[in-house]
Design a protein. Structure first.
Length: 299
């Protein structure tokens, strides 16, 4: 039978990922701070734990999917954290997008107690999480990657080894900087075209058969009604929160500062997403950049 897996963080992404493990026959022991998320997955057969520490006492294979660096620090090293009761030889896979230096710190702390921590942030969005179509970017020791890939294959279609711990985060931060730039570009392009009298569905169709095509135009179009089943067509609910995108752009800017890399559009995107976060858009999907721009239109 399949190994029991611990899962901490059952949000927009983690909830789907955990369910895909259950579909593949893995018994789950889970923890989230939101009781409703716990109750929902319990009905589907998962066992509930009262803390990350209890999860670690019940299994030696754990996946975490949390919002940001501070949550990862709490869940691993906090007073009822995973490292408080982790079993020797455990494999700890963190799929949150966080600061690479925090991943490296967690790996060092884990090594001290005989466990292996790897970073494995994801790309793909909530629908890819639901359909086990995620891309995982893994920073891990060479000898651990085989075991990491074996379990991540059940939640994704691409599992890429990037290098040592922290390099998965490096790849993810670069991807999301480009994603933010392309989303804002798509939003302002669609808005301009609509003001010029073009039908948004037709404009999207033309972009997607032309050189402007990108994921934001084709798979995750920010204009309501252009695509079915994406957050823009559901009042920008669910999906990838604007506050989380702002966090990722901050990580990219920290990295750019540390390496003295010029990233003018990454910097501008960070500022735009921060404006949105501070203007009531924090909890909306990041494709609400379209709605935000529309509100700045000349009336
Ligand atoms: P989310 O906010 O929907 O989910 C996070 C979950 O963690 C919530 O259920 C929350 O209750 C839980 N949590 C917070 N603190 C906790 C704690 N101390 N103990 C246990 N649970 C705790 O976020 P999400 O959209 O699922 O994203 C998770 C991570 O994945 C983020 O780092 C995000 O940047 C990244 N990501 C998201 C997407 C996306 O499309 N949503 C895509 C790629 C990567």
């Amino acid at each position: 039978s399949s190994a029991k897996v611990g899962f901490v963080g059952l949000g927009n992404m983690g909830g789907h990922m955990a369910r895909n493990l259950m579909k593949n026959g893995h018994p789950l022991i889970v923890f989230d701070t939101v009781p409703d998320s716990m109750q929902a997955i319990k009905k589907e057969g998962a066992t509930l734990a009262s803390s990350p520490q209890e999860v670690a006492s019940q299994t030696n294979l754990i996946i975490t999917m949390l919002p940001a660096s501070q949550h990862v620090l709490d869940v691993y090293t906090g007073s009822s954290g995973i490292l408080g009761s982790v079993q020797k030889g455990s494999l700890l896979i963190d799929s949150s997008t966080i600061d690479p230096s925090v991943s490296q710190q967690m790996a060092e702390e884990s090594t001290k107690v005989g466990a292996t921590f790897v970073d494995a942030p994801v790309s793909g969005g909530v629908n890819a999480a639901r359909d086990a179509g995620l891309t995982f970017m893994v920073g891990s020791p060479d000898q651990s990657f085989g075991k990491v890939k074996e379990i991540l294959d059940k939640m994704g279609k691409n599992v890429v080894h990037c290098g040592s711990v922290g390099t998965g985060q490096a790849a993810k931060i670069c991807n999301n900087m480009l994603l933010a730039i392309s989303m804002i570009g798509t939003a302002e392009t669609m808005n301009l075209g609509m003001k010029l009298g073009l039908d948004p569905k037709l404009l999207a169709k033309i972009l997607n058969m032309s050189s402007g095509r990108c994921w934001s135009s084709e798979v995750y179009n920010p204009v309501p009604g252009v695509l079915d089943g994406v957050p823009s067509s559901n009042d920008y609910q669910g999906g990838f929160g604007t506050a989380l995108m702002t966090k990722d752009l901050g990580l990219a800017q920290n990295a750019a500062t540390a390496t003295q890399s010029p990233t003018p559009l990454g910097s501008l995107s960070h500022q735009l997403y921060r404006l949105m976060t501070n203007s009531g858009y924090a909890g909306k999907d990041f494709s609400s950049a379209f709605q935000f721009l529309k509100q700045q239109d000349k009336k």
